[in-house]
Write a protein that binds this ligand. Sequence first.
Ligand code: NZQ
Ligand code: ZN
Length: 386
Amino acid sequence: MKNFEFKNPTKILFGKGQIENIKNEIPNDAKVLMLYGGGSIKKNGIYEQVSTALSNHEVVEFGGIPANPEYSVLMEALKVIKEQKTTFMLAVGGGSVIDGTKFLSSAALYDGKEPWDILSKNIPTLKGMPFGTVLTLPATGSEMNSGAVITRADTKEKLAMGGAGLFPVFSVLDPEVIQSIPHRQLVNGITDAFTHVLEQYLTYPAGAKLQDRISESILQTLIEVAPKVLEDPTDYSAASNFMWSCTMALNGLIQKGVPTDWAVHAMGHELTALFGIDHARTLAVIAPSHYEYNFETKKEKLAQYAERVWNITEGSTESKAKAAIKRTEAFFNEMGIATKLSQYTNDYEGTAEEISKRFKARGWEGLGEHQNLKPEDAEQIVKMAY
Ligand code: NZQ
Ligand code: ZN
């Protein structure tokens, strides 16, 4: 096991009815900026619950943060923060609203000229404006981590940012919120969380038995509850297990002491930036090709994953590892997720070259757990995913 440091300061309020308790987590004298997305919270009762909980606080609202939070919209919200002198933010939404809020947390205290530099120059945020979240869509884990991904439409970029100053102060995880989530977004959530675990687990054996077993448990739990959640989002037991699995998949715990990959996300983000494909679906497109392409370096963990998660126990390391890749792709397909780029766009020719060019321009010369995947390797992987 590798050396590590671990600190996760986010307080979790889990369960039915927890939204009303946010009033105890936000300082009484705070001027709160409440941020939300395209309006789903106004149809499903979450807006009313939050408003009631904050009835004794001074609140300013900013709605309209789109899926794949857009820089130009966030810059409008930044103006509101400065003009209204708000001191605390509350994100009410999925990964996009929470990530957008993280960007604002950083940008509000940033004294450089161009806040986009936080992303393009990879400036870590050590201190941000404090914020809490009410999670409405289990998927990204953003509610309990310190990372964010921001999109810029005019340049077709999607870049990540982060830093110890970007953990939410608190996050409310009420599994009842999933009742109103459209089927497509539920499937996305399962796929995203599943792939988060794979990125931190399908590398090479590092003797981290507990991290491996926690990862395998999250995968097994997602596989078990996925059909139940999709069939009946009012099934509270399935919803709670789904929600907590998504948070645990990316709150930092399972990546401690082990090598991590994240190349699937790096390539996937480009597909969203170029074609607007839902984040989770880009991962399902890239992952099978990525594991095929890096088969030799990943086969031990793939075989372990085959045995312990999919119960594929017969055959050689190679044959179990191959079967695991197939089973993973089938899992995505069974939920209705297409796993080839050509199923999303007819305009895919040249995509692999474009992604390779972008990685080269950013100096991304060593992706993956061995930091040896070159832009040319990414090009091959994306081509295999056509
Ligand atoms: O905008 P509204 O009207 O709220 O509708 C949203 C949106 O259209 C809807 N929705 C959310 N909760 C709902 C609901 N509809 C009905 N009922 C509810 N309870 O769902 C749609 C998608 O929402 P979004 O927030 O975009 O989805 P998700 O949570 O999957 O977030 C995706 C974003 O997170 C980034 C992705 O790149 C993408 O930009 N990620 C963030 C990560 C992180 N911070 O750690 C890691 C991930 O790997 C990922 O990259
Ligand atoms: Zn993801």
